[in-house]
Design a protein around this ligand. Structure first.
Ligand SMILES: Nc1ncnc2c1ncn2[C@@H]1O[C@H](COP(=O)(O)OP(=O)(O)OP(=O)(O)O)[C@@H](O)[C@H]1O
Length: 284
């Protein structure tokens, strides 16, 4: 598969297979092509050349929506627009094949009402599992960094996927909360899902990956079990270096938790400010 932007080759992958039912970590330095590869695999971007398939079905030329229907979903960072929706509304946006979307079916209200009830029930089950149920009516923008990541993951699960692709699931998450997030990722595997994730933190990659794929300059330069990858000289030279974070001390953990709470408070104020602005503009 290749994807070029002008003269730049962002992705040039000869062959890659992903183990069903495992957790595959995709790592590589900035600009290695990881996000572009994610975009291609999920229909958000089109390659210049290449084919790829899932469950024996060719996924090339399908829209993101069609790819998701076949069972492959990816998480997205909470955008500003989604921050202005409640947690529950975000979940309902993740629901697939909503019968109410079809015009003819929309004429038969009972059909979409039943679908909506089922979607809401599923959303609430997932929110309970991710411990976000008490926040269902809060604006998503008021959540802390870690809670946002949980919501992104929960939202992806609304469509009952077989493959979940997580784009930097730990980015911006308070280190004291990473263990709980990692537990959720491992649970996906326990339930039989296939997980592919992009991550920069090597401790996280070592902890949860069954297999690691290393990209650099658009190519897959190495792959293997996490232990063998950390010792692969080409990988160390290209990327890892002396990258190693020491575990947190209890004081550091407390400080990070306090920062996370302050961040959530700032987010809540941001949402309130925008609400006030809207009301002022509406003359209320
Ligand atoms: N839409 C685009 N237009 C032009 N160049 C792009 C576009 N998207 C990506 N690129 C370029 O393609 C290369 C690969 O980018 P990509 O974002 O896939 O890397 P990455 O491995 O995900 O990096 P990071 O870890 O920093 O997110 C980079 O050089 C980037 O600048």
């Amino acid at each position: 598969m290749t994807r070029t932007f002008g003269g730049l080759t962002a992705v040039s992958v000869d062959h890659l297979e992903v183990q069903r039912g495992g957790i595959t970590g995709l790592i590589g330095p900035n600009g290695a092509g990881k996000t572009t590869l994610f975009n291609l695999l999920t229909g958000f971007d089109q390659p210049n050349t290449g084919t790829w398939s899932f469950n024996g079905r060719d996924l090339g030329k399908l829209s993101p929506h069609q790819v998701a229907r076949l069972g492959v979903v990816r998480t997205f960072q909470l955008t500003k627009a989604l921050s202005r929706l409640t947690v529950l509304q975000n979940m309902l946006l993740g629901a697939q094949s909503q019968r109410g979307e079809s015009f003819l079916r929309a004429l038969v209200p009972g059909t979409w009402r039943a679908q909506e009830t089922a979607n809401t029930e599923r959303a609430m089950d997932l929110l309970r599992r991710f411990k976000l149920d008490a926040k269902k009516d809060d604006f998503a923008g008021s959540l802390s960094g870690g809670q946002r990541k949980l919501l992104e993951m929960a939202r992806a699960l609304m469509s009952e996927p077989q493959v979940v692709m997580l784009d930097e699931p730990m980015a911006g998450v308070n280190p004291a909360l990473t263990q709980s997030l990692l537990g959720h990722v491992k649970d996906l595997r326990e339930e039989g899902m296939t997980v592919i994730f992009v991550e920069h933190d090597m401790d996280v990659v070592r902890d949860i990956s069954d297999w690691v794929v290393v990209m650099a300059a658009g190519k897959v330069i190495a792959e293997g079990a996490p232990e063998s990858i950390s010792q692969n000289k080409a990988v160390v030279d290209a990327y890892l270096g002396a990258h190693h974070d020491a575990p947190l001390t209890p004081e550091e953990e407390d400080r990070f938790l306090a920062e996370d709470e302050a961040e959530a408070r700032a987010g809540r104020e941001d949402v309130l400010d925008s609400e006030r602005g809207r009301k002022r503009r509406a003359g209320r």
